[in-house]
Write a protein of this length. Structure first.
Length: 256
């Protein structure tokens, strides 16, 4: 091999080793805020972020995904059995509702630039981790005071129900003094917050509460019908059985 060829091989080897090292660093040392840091941050509310037409389109898309054979994940979150049901939009949100998807990503970046500074230039491949369409029936909620969306950066919630449709179901965050802060949240509103900030949903006392919850992470946009735990590399969700994502989510629920 000539000197130039040998140098090229060495250069390529070094480049591959460096790329692998950087990937390993992102996998094993993700830059995520601590719980203490997250509790100091504020929730951002954008009133009437989506229109009634947008909400109708989300309901229609969820029905289409269900009719196409998607499994509706049923859980209790420690409350009434079957009171919390979820359909995973995930990559289908961008495919079926591309304008809404783009607006949500833009809103997250704008809120982050003004408040949190998580999505800086050192981030690689910030993408949608999951998009979840939740239906919460009477006696359903997320009562865990110290619950967060572990592994994600920014969580976005859009309320799809009118305040006339249900009672209870208040969205709250746990603040630095340990107290629960209830946030105004009306039909069409978008709430954005740092994913590691503790949050909860008080039990619905009557009616039905529907909400779209999306999470951004530093990782690949996943196509698996669950809240994928692996930001980089091959995803094992499709290799471990059709129901494994349900078991993971029940064991460590991390959406709201």
């Amino acid at each position: 091999m000539c000197a130039n060829g040998a140098m090229l091989v060495v250069t390529l080897s070094l480049s591959l080793a460096l790329a692998a090292s950087r990937l390993a660093d992102r996998v094993y040392n993700p830059r995520l805020p601590t719980a203490t840091e997250a509790q100091r941050t504020s929730v951002v509310r954008i009133p009437r972020f989506v229109s009634d037409e947008d909400i109708d389109a989300l309901h229609t898309a969820a029905a289409a995904i269900r009719d196409a054979g998607a499994r509706e994940v049923v859980r209790s979150n420690g409350l009434e059995t079957g009171s919390w049901r979820t359909i995973f939009f995930n990559h289908q949100l961008a495919l079926q509702l591309p304008q809404l998807h783009a607006r949500m990503i833009a809103a997250a970046r704008e809120a982050d630039a003004a408040n949190w500074g998580l999505l800086d230039s050192r981030r690689h491949g910030v993408a949608l981790r999951c998009a979840e369409y939740h239906t919460v029936k009477e006696a359903g909620g997320l009562p865990m005071k110290n619950h967060n969306d572990d592994g994600s950066l920014i969580t976005m919630d859009i309320l799809l129900s009118s305040s006339d449709d249900f009672s209870g179901g208040d969205f709250c965050t746990t603040e630095t003094d340990g107290e629960l802060l209830q946030h105004p949240f009306e039909r069409g509103d978008l709430l954005l917050f740092v994913s590691h900030k503790y949050h909860s949903v008080r039990p619905v006392t009557s009616g039905t509460r529907q909400v779209l919850v999306c999470e951004l992470w530093e990782g690949l946009e996943r196509r698996c019908p669950c809240r994928c735990p692996q930001p980089w590399g091959p995803c094992s969700c499709s290799l471990t059985g059709a129901n494994i994502h349900i078991n993971w989510d029940e064991a460590a629920r991390t959406d709201m």
